[in-house]
Design a binder for this molecule. Structure first.
Ligand code: ADP
Ligand code: MG
Ligand code: MG
Length: 493
């Protein structure tokens, strides 16, 4: 969708006899920064690096109304090539792991059994999963569009996984544009910055995800069927989603429809052969960009829509089992000794995956709870939630743990404890709503990955682009949509 870059010949010449590359954006001449900011805003507007504007009422419902450039970092974040390679290399292994875990229904139900008692949302997901087991429902075609997130721990120099998203991994569309924007700026200002645009890795997230959806649609094998995107009623991040379905349509001529869970409940039905028909259209693939949070299920209608989808023979991205395999509780269970060995055979693969695991503990580990009460700053407490803004940090960890101990309820089963990761702090220029500010930031690298299989045949399994998210170092949470972070790309060093 974005025309290829052409660096000027001056820029090319510069590569051989350039002055020192400028890695600290705070040290760039303010006049030059202003020019770059202006160009970044123009580029974003012209190339669809956009989100709905909070200030406009209709921007979450009507496309083309109240648009604003996405929150971005002006320049890419330097990132060591070895860690980049490491993160890419484990992507297909994590894909395989998720698939294997999803097939072990007992492991999923058992690991989440205590959580189920205190967390109504997870409990409802498990109920749907249990119903599918009772029906002996099999998913032959399995599509995963994942994003595994990492932070580089400064003290240990380890690249540690924050979490693996199996549902609604956001920004495959906009992340590609940020990489393009940064390459473009490096090209245009190469004389001043002396940074090589080629060192911003090519980002193919949108084309890989579109290919995954297309190939799943092919496997389903009904040329008149559509891809259905499950959406929230209001979605200011709609352009990220539209990018994916525009590419799917333009490149593969596959049609898509957008429906909320409430609409699916009222307009959807199952045919006797299990075909899901919504609003008169047979659905080949269901892609969820909603349904990961309790607020996505305000009434019973949304839950019956989720069940209807799961019962159908449509390919689900994700299936209920994939969704559960991506919970924080499962991440923590897999980090226990000898658990990975249950799902993976290759010793090297196991070692590579384990190397990414941070400290993860269940709250029935009394020694850890005691330590977390005493040194809460070294931990993050996480519930089984997605979408950012749900974790507990710092003194609140201590307070929450002590309260639970006092009350003696099973509330603790809703959470896991995780080692707090402290990435290196770097200077950056962040841009939001046309305004820029210099700040000190930390970053989280997300690696997209696509997995598609039909029975025993693995059709796709690979790393599929990336997303860097950068936030001011004083902020705990990292969500872009939640307003904590900006979109970024990487510059390999
Ligand atoms: P969610 O599914 O809501 O995105 P995450 O596990 O990704 O949940 O946590 C949200 C944010 O909290 C992350 O993007 C990151 O900025 C921060 N965070 C999560 N875990 C850690 C950790 N172990 N150390 C430091 N920060 C963390
Ligand atoms: Mg998540
Ligand atoms: Mg996250």
């Amino acid at each position: 969708p974005v025309p290829p870059l052409k660096c000027s010949s001056i820029a090319q010449d510069n590569k051989t006899h350039a002055h020192k590359p400028i890695f600290d954006p705070h040290s760039i001449d303010p006049i030059l920064v202003q020019k770059m900011e202006y160009d970044a805003l123009v580029w974003s507007s012209l190339h669809g690096l956009l989100v709905g504007d909070r200030a406009s009422q209709k921007s979450g419902r009507v496309p083309g109304v109240g648009l604003v450039h996405a929150p971005i970092s002006l320049l890419p974040m330097p990132f060591a090539e070895s860690y980049w390679k490491q993160a890419c290399e484990v992507a297909p292994i994590f894909n395989e792991l998720v698939d294997r875990v999803s097939l072990d229904s007992e492991f999923l139900q058992e690991s989440l059994s205590r959580t189920k008692k205190v967390d109504t949302f997870t409990s409802r997901l498990l109920d749907i999963h249990a119903k599918m087991l009772a029906m002996n429902k099999k998913e032959d075609i399995r599509l995963g569009l994942h994003r595994s997130d990492y932070m580089l721990d400064e003290q240990t120099n380890l690249l540690l996984q924050i979490e693996l998203n199996t549902i609604s991994s956001s920004f495959p569309g906009l992340s590609c544009l940020v990489s393009d924007l940064h390459r473009n700026l490096l090209c245009q200002f190469e004389q001043h910055l002396a940074l090589d645009p080629e060192r911003v890795p090519k980002n193919n997230a949108v084309s890989q995800f579109a290919e995954g959806l297309y190939k799943a649609w092919i496997e389903y094998n009904d040329s008149s069927a559509v891809v259905m995107v499950v959406v929230q009623t209001e979605e200011r991040n709609m352009y990220d989603q539209h990018w994916l379905f525009t590419v799917l349509n333009e490149r593969y001529q596959v049609r898509s429809i957008r429906k909320t869970l409430a609409e699916i409940d009222s307009q959807g039905k199952l045919m006797p052969d299990g075909t899901l028909v919504v609003d008169g259209e047979a659905v080949a693939v269901v892609y969820f960009r909603a349904g990961y949070a309790p607020t996505d299920y305000p009434s019973e209608s949304e839950w019956s829509a989720r069940l209807l989808i799961e019962q159908s023979r449509a390919v689900k991205c994700p299936s209920i089992a994939y969704h559960l395999a991506g919970t924080k509780k499962i991440q923590q269970e897999l980090a226990k000794p000898n658990q990975l060995e249950r799902f993976l055979e290759n010793k090297d693969d196991i070692a590579k995956v384990r190397k990414c695991f941070a400290g993860l503990w269940s709250l029935d580990d009394l020694n850890i709870v005691k330590d977390a009460i005493e040194r809460p700053g070294l931990y993050v407490m996480k519930p089984q939630r997605e979408g950012g803004g749900n974790n507990i940090y710092g003194d609140d960890v201590s307070i929450a743990l002590q309260k639970m101990q006092k009350e003696g309820t099973e509330e603790d089963a809703a959470y896991i404890l995780m080692q707090r990761i402290f990435p290196t702090v770097s200077p950056a220029i962040l841009m939001r709503e046309g305004v820029s500010h210099k700040d000190h930031v930390i970053s989280e690298l997300g690696i997209y990955a696509t997995y598609l299989r039909n029975k025993t045949e693995v059709i796709m399994n690979g790393q599929s682009g990336y997303l860097m998210r950068t936030k001011v170092s004083s902020s705990n949470e990292g969500g872009v949509a939640a307003g904590f972070a900006v979109l970024d790309s990487i510059y390999l060093v």
